[in-house]
Design a protein around this ligand. Structure first.
Ligand code: ARG
Length: 607
């Protein structure tokens, strides 16, 4: 990691210590106690050291201390024969660095390990080396295709996993497929009653959508029955449970739990359709898992755990036969863990799933990427696993993310509320393709459809990762695709531009130029941002928040753009300068490529 301020903290602490010694004060300031800041404008220098914290010690005002420290520091600088400058400005000691010297150091870092191995090690802070982190994300139900909310979940989970791995953690990506339960029985019921042997193949429909359509069919029929009952005087909240359809679905769930062979047969068929279709979507967005867990394989273990908890007196049986837990001590409500008819519910399987995962791969931490509407669920789950005696329960974490909505009227969905992931990506791809055609770039880009697809993924992923996970957001398809703005395609364009320039320049000796020539303002600004890359990766990992990297990418691209416009590269005054600028551009490209991978944006050589 390259940190401009680190060597300077040492020098500033020596300067302060000299002042202390001169004043006969028997105290010492360590380098790690020295605070370094970014001055608000570049004219003030590159690093600012506030002097407030030494006022008490020296019994002097911070501006006076800054003056004295500047003098001491200037002596140190002269002794070192460096070109840096120290200067007092109010209560601050500001340092202007020796650009040539720093440029060499930063670019040596950026290229350093590239030569040693095929891996780019610049953005690899190793702050999580030795840690085993499991990340659960996506985790769909098998009654519906993936929707826009999943797209946010998927890119968040995949990106966080890649970022944690970039910081040295051993990461295992997992997914729980909630493939059983009442919601699955609903689509099964509709299909068994009206499906007439139709299949995704016979209907020419993507297989997960085929299943989802039966769920929609059930929901519509259920609503009709509810309306009917309400008209006849049944209370709204009681109506659903009284519908013949709900009773049938529950009966189907009991049959499933009893292992009825016909029910299991139908369930297997519909689930394999659903899962097969989802995997196609994962492939499309570049999301993958090291292991899938299935609720149908963990719910029994969960049920056993609940019964064990009942025996131990942690849970209790209600009069109606349901098993519940009283969480009033934790300032939470009562929570049902098994229904009165003995069937298990959503949380039941989560006990079994977590236990199996820890058994399979004893993790130091497990992160659940799940929507904010399940905050209560995870709070309860973690408390109960702890109560059941699993010491690792304290290492579970819910990475909660907010809702994603579409601007009113921008896209129509089948149910009016959620938008299918596939439909959304298709429409982004079509918009990107139209733009390629409009600009008459088809001949240039090669396979336009493939390039359009990659632009669509970049637009989508970057837009979804920009806000912090906790925030609700509005996904604006048009805005996400804009080429001039803070978007994925803009970043891709920057990468493609550098690639094309490097192609034009031909083979050069990589990382071998004289970087001390890079001292103009735009060059210096770009080099400073380049040097921040490992910190941006680390920041994103520490906060489980890829938006840090998203903003970093935008800053880097903007800075490159300024450099590109103000500093001639291929036509620079002399060859040495041209080479150095080319290599600086190449370093930017390597960082872009690397960071794109971390935020799940495809890199394009041509655009
Ligand atoms: N399948 C669930 C849903 O769609 C999310 C599962 C979250 N993960 C978990 N371990 N409960 O709501």
């Amino acid at each position: 990691m390259y940190d401009f301020s680190l060597p300077w903290k040492i020098k500033v602490s020596s300067a302060i210590n000299e002042i202390l010694k001169d004043a006969g004060i028997d105290d010492i300031v360590n380098p790690d106690q020295v605070i370094a800041e970014n001055p608000p404008n570049p004219e003030m220098g590159d690093i600012g050291f506030p002097m407030f914290s030494y006022a008490k010690l020296l019994r002097k005002g911070p501006p006076q201390i800054a003056q004295m420290a500047a003098e001491k520091l200037t002596k140190i600088i002269i002794d070192e024969k460096s070109g840096a400058k120290a200067q007092a400005q109010g209560p601050y000691l500001n340092v202007s660095l020796d650009r040539a010297c720093e440029a060499k150091a930063v670019l040596a870092q950026a290229f350093g390990d590239e030569k040693a191995s095929d891996n780019f090690n610049f953005g690899r802070p190793q702050t999580l080396a030795g840690k085993k982190i499991m990340v659960e994300f996506s985790s769909p139900n098998t009654n519906k295709p993936l929707h826009l909310g999943h797209l946010r979940n998927d890119v968040l989970g995949e990106s966080v996993s890649r970022i944690l791995a970039a910081c040295g953690a051993e990461v295992r990506k997992v997914c729980i497929i909630n493939d059983r339960g009442i919601h699955i029985c609903k689509s099964m019921l509709a299909y068994s009653e009206q499906g007439q042997g139709k299949t995704p193949q016979s209907e020419g429909v993507k297989s997960d959508r085929f299943v989802g359509d039966w769920y929609v069919c059930f929901s519509k029929a259920l609503k009709a029955e509810v309306d009917e009952l309400v008209k006849s005087g049944v209370k709204n909240e009681d109506a659903e449970a009284q519908t013949p359809l709900m009773k049938k679905a529950q009966e189907l769930l009991r049959k499933w739990e009893a292992g009825d062979s016909e029910t299991i047969e139908l369930w297997k068929k519909m689930n394999s359709w659903a899962i097969e279709g989802m995997k196609e979507t994962y492939k499309r967005t570049g999301v993958s898992f090291d292991k899938y867990y299935f609720e149908s394989e963990t719910w029994m273990l969960g049920k056993d755990e609940v019964l064990k908890g009942l025996e131990k007196g942690i849970f209790f049986r209600q009069e109606d036969g349901a098993v519940a837990v009283d969480l009033s001590e934790e300032k939470l409500d009562k929570k049902i863990l098994l229904r009165s008819d003995g069937t298990s519910i959503y949380i039941t399987q989560d006990f079994g799933t977590a236990i199996n995962r820890h058994k399979d791969w004893p993790f130091d931490k497990m992160i659940y990427v799940v929507g904010s509407e399940q905050q209560y669920h995870f709070k309860v789950l973690f408390i109960l696993l702890d109560k059941l005696g699993f010491t690792w329960a304290k290492n579970l974490y819910h990475l909660s993310y907010g809702m994603v909505n579409l601007p009113e009227g921008k896209m129509k969905s089948r149910e009016g509320t959620v938008v299918d992931a596939d439909d959304l990506i298709d429409s982004l791809r079509d918009m990107a393709l139209a733009e390629i055609r409009e600009k008459e770039r088809e001949g240039e880009v090669g396979d336009s459809a493939q390039v359009a697809e990659k632009i669509a993924i970049a637009a989508l992923h970057y837009f979804l990762l920009q806000p912090s996970p906790a925030k609700d957001m509005l996904f604006d398809p048009k805005e996400s695709l804009s080429f001039n703005g803070n978007t994925g395609p803009y970043l891709q364009y920057m990468g493609a531009r550098i690639s094309s320039m490097l192609r034009k320049a031909g083979e050069k000796t990589a990382g071998q130029a004289d970087f001390s020539l890079l001292v103009s303002d735009p060059e210096w600004e770009l080099i400073k941002i380049l040097a921040e890359y490992p910190y941006a990766v680390n920041e994103a990992a520490a906060n489980l928040d890829p938006s840090h990297l998203a903003s970093y990418l935008y800053e880097l691209s903007k800075s490159f753009s300024r450099f590109y416009h103000e500093c001639p590269i291929l036509n620079a005054d002399d060859n040495a300068l041209s080479d150095a600028r080319l290599e600086l551009s190449r370093a930017v490209m390597l960082v872009l490529k690397d960071a794109f991978h971390l935020v799940c944006i495809p890199f394009l050589e041509v655009m």
